[in-house]
Design a protein around this ligand. Sequence first.
Ligand SMILES: Nc1ncnc2c1ncn2[C@@H]1O[C@H](COP(=O)(O)OP(=O)(O)OP(=O)(O)O)[C@@H](O)[C@H]1O
Ligand SMILES: [Mg+2]
Length: 236
Amino acid sequence: MLKVENLNVYYGVIQAIENVSLEVNDGEIVTLIGANGAGKTTILHTITGLKKATSGTVLWDGKDLLKEEPSRIVTHGVAHVPEGRHVFVDMTVRENLEMGAYRYGRKDKDKVAERMEAVFQRFPRLKERQNQLAGTFSGGEQQMLAVGRALMSDPRIILMDEPSMGLSPLLVQEIFAIIREVNRQGITILLVEQNAKMALKTADRAYVLETGKIKLSGDARELLRNDEVKKAYLGA
Ligand SMILES: Nc1ncnc2c1ncn2[C@@H]1O[C@H](COP(=O)(O)OP(=O)(O)OP(=O)(O)O)[C@@H](O)[C@H]1O
Ligand SMILES: [Mg+2]
């Protein structure tokens, strides 16, 4: 399980994250919702080592990820689907997927081929278009590719940063269906979203982040009915 404890993160003198604690149990979908600038991405970046914390711990199976080399975090089964997808636009779909498997290095070609086959099975469209440049993909296709790339590392947990951003309503439904399906196959998910409604409908538990602090937390369905949440995040 993932256990974030008393996390404090600064950008210069500005404190972006204040004493944040949260947990994601094995097999769960946990969502972290909050407005623009609340600090959602900062938390994910701190977990994956892209941003240094001032204090706190990020325990993953009892190991403190904050003490790990960022490039090694993926070897512990932690994958990241970054905000804005960040696919490599000048590379083909296949090359993008191979990048997701860098933890296996050049030696373990069989493992990479096995992962590629698993991803192609889940996303036949990526297989059909494996030689197409990722930059020519639509937003929805790029999001699928970003999820596929994360799956290449055979993760136990995926940290997803606003996967529904910029997608049409139909594709939003599709991406959330994919998230549920990936979870059903045994992968734990920490989902950052601004689409609070869909995120709360999809997740088991949720945390509400407000200007760097956890304001509320609990069962996702209950938070969906919470008046404060309704007013601030569900436009009701
Ligand atoms: N590189 C940076 N330098 C300085 N301040 C930053 C930097 N990155 C983020 N911040 C600030 O930290 C705070 C949290 O930002 P963060 O990107 O984590 O928010 P977010 O919840 O992901 O927002 P959004 O929903 O818009 O993606 C914001 O006030 C932001 O301006
Ligand atoms: Mg963000």
